[in-house]
Design a protein around this ligand. Sequence first.
Ligand SMILES: *Cc1c(COP(=O)(O)O)cnc(C)c1O
Length: 398
Amino acid sequence: MVIKGEALIREGQHVLANTYARYPILLVRGKGAQVWDSNGREYLDFVAGIAVCNLGHCHPKVVQALEEQARQLIHCSNLYYNGPQVELARRLCEHSFGERVFFCNSGAEATEAAIKLARKYSKARYGPERYQIITMENSFHGRTMGALSATGQERFHKGFEPLLPGFTYCPFDDIEAVTRAIGAQTCAVMVEPIQGEGGIILPAPNYLKELRELCDQTGILLIYDEVQVGMGRTGRLFAYEHYATPPHIMTLAKSLANGVPIGALVATDMVAQAFVPGDHATTFGGNPLATAVGCCVIDTLVEDGILTNCEEMGQYLLQGLLDLKERYAFIKAVRGKGLMIGCELEFEGKKIVERCMEKGVLINCTAGKVLRFIPPLIITKGEIDYLLKCLDEVFAEQ
Ligand SMILES: *Cc1c(COP(=O)(O)O)cnc(C)c1O
């Protein structure tokens, strides 16, 4: 099929809502860490759908799971059970602190579910005034009104006020600030174990542990947003494993089904019990197509040595970027865990992203000045070498 890329891009500028500053290429195909545009141009993909395609594009096992389930049953209402939904919930619980799972369709929806569950649990247990949630400055939890209100960045709020009441923002990685912010109305603390959109910010090693202790002293729920860092991105299935501190509630989405829309809230049984029939629902949540792929993703991640590759290639890329930092004074910092790596520049990263794209490498920039590298976890040394060579050339032009 001939795809008229330029014409579709021009049409898209008129028929699509103007919510993204899109680059003028149209992607038509992907395999592993590569994607192709409508002109047949090949790109190495260090964006991976923004940490979505962790197994790479069109992984054969994912394609097979999709095909098989599409022939069997694509959707049925949550008025009935379906097998893949139970299978995925079991796998998530087996591999985490969790005991019950609620399925939805995106990260923002998982955040909404977490807000509702934390409020319901805390109000029932401690009284109706206990509804406030502490979240962090520079955080990102999604774009729906509740998730937007949880997000501690004013630039996302502007133009959409009034926000949902009941959120207090604290500086990230500052345990004293949270201690001061906790009051009789506090029901939960919500935090990304590593901040993603905020610029790949890692907390001190004991931060999550201290947060958990603080929460336990006061019966407050600890919620981790693992939408970006979960599902192997940092070299462990869940990022909190690095810090040996489980939460009461965890949200997942992005790579949970490698690109098929899905979100999940994972919780301890005690907390999850606060939801009873009628409290929360979504038509598509946990549908057999998405959850069958989710099962395939977890099995593949844990069985095929992908987490080990993530850890090793993450080290390799981090070191390569640190070597570049030695040579280019405008690189302020290089940091990350597994294959979630940020390279902070002294200037806006947009033109670096554009030059890399011209050279056939897709990278992303977040928080203005942080180049973000979140490739598929199956990335190879040769592919990383290509990125590093390309970055070296582009940096040399600056
Ligand atoms: C992407 C993201 C979300 C929002 O997910 P959507 O599926 O876009 O709604 C929430 N939290 C974090 C940490 C994210 O990275």
